[in-house]
Ligand binder design. Structure first.
Ligand code: SF4
Length: 306
């Protein structure tokens, strides 16, 4: 079967070897984050609907998981906000009913968790990773450029309510952007709200790929450390997952291509993601370039359409 909505499995920095499921058309989101590695949002919306065909997605999930792949997580993520799909809950339940050995993770910006129906749809997942980059309206608007129907207070309450209702684990992600959410005022406000949410983990992220807006700066190790100390329980997201390496079954060029299809990557990103030496990485890149599956722009490799 040719897969359109499933990608990977790819080694994930947080979830080991992860099979990705992309259920939203490219750049459809409730936010338009300045740091988004997929570029600017082209469809800014709060509308939940069947953005991509549920029947086909379930077919692909069934086909792939029936082969008993050795993976750590099935992850709903990709190039838009997955909770915008009205059947996300149905897809999670389908995996849990038919393939109960697999763990399910959702990467979400958390903006729709104020809706009871959205919270209910995620209850059977194992791990939910919402984001919260700012706790003041001004910084929220500057960083996340939300749909005008969103309200930060309501979003934070939604994430906190979800944490209380959910039996799985909630990892809260904070994207650290020097000069925007790193001042004492911003960090104090964030700390207050993070304490209310009480996530199982707080993960600090920063720029590793080209952002939607070129002026966004990567946080230095010192800046990340400052935020980590301030928030106390926070941890930087590791650069790569060693655990994933062990489980990784080899069709490396295909897996590299899957990664590049999702986002532009540097040679270093590929080395880290797949635990390859520079020589091995160059060998696979050469092959993908020769097959016209990827191309190079500056320091980044990008995919040519399938
Ligand atoms: S980073 Fe995530 S939440 Fe922000 S615009 Fe990109 S896809 Fe949407």
């Amino acid at each position: 079967m040719k897969y359109r909505y499933i990608f990977g499995p790819v080694p994930s920095r947080r979830l080991g070897l992860s099979l990705g499921i992309d259920i939203i058309p490219f750049k459809t989101c409730t936010l338009n984050c300045i740091y988004c590695e997929c570029g600017r949002t082209t469809k800014l919306t709060l509308k939940r609907k069947e953005w991509l065909p549920t029947k086909q997605i379930l077919k692909e999930i069934k086909s792939y998981l029936s082969k008993n792949p050795e993976i750590d997580f099935v992850t709903f993520s990709g190039s838009g906000e997955p909770t915008l799909h009205k059947d996300l809950g149905k897809m999670i339940n389908f995996i849990k009913e038919n393939f109960p050995n697999y763990k399910v993770a959702i990467l979400t910006n958390g903006t729709l968790l104020y809706r009871k129906s959205v919270r209910a749809s995620l209850l059977n997942a194992d791990v939910v990773i919402p984001s919260l980059d700012a706790a003041t309206e001004k910084a929220f608007k500057k960083i996340n450029r939300p749909h005008k129907g969103l309200n930060l207070k309501r979003i934070i309450k939604g994430i906190a309510d979800f944490k209380k209702e959910f039996r799985g684990r909630v990892f809260l992600e904070i994207f650290v952007i020097p000069g925007i959410n790193t001042s004492p005022r911003q960090l104090n406000a964030l700390k207050k709200e993070v304490t209310k949410i009480n996530p199982d983990k707080i993960q600090l992220n920063t720029l590793v790929r080209p952002p939607a807006e070129s002026w966004v700066k990567k946080a230095t190790d010192e800046e990340i450390e400052k935020v980590r100390k301030f928030l106390k329980r926070a941890h930087p997201i590791p650069a790569s997952s060693k655990k994933a390496k062990k489980k990784q079954k080899i069709n490396v060029p295909h897996q590299i291509y899957s990664l590049v299809l999702r986002r532009p990557v540097t040679i270093k990103d590929i080395e880290n993601a797949f635990h390859l030496s520079r020589r091995q990485t160059q060998k696979y890149i050469k092959l993908l370039l020769k097959e016209n599956r990827i191309f190079k722009k500056g320091n980044f490799f990008k995919a040519l359409p399938r």
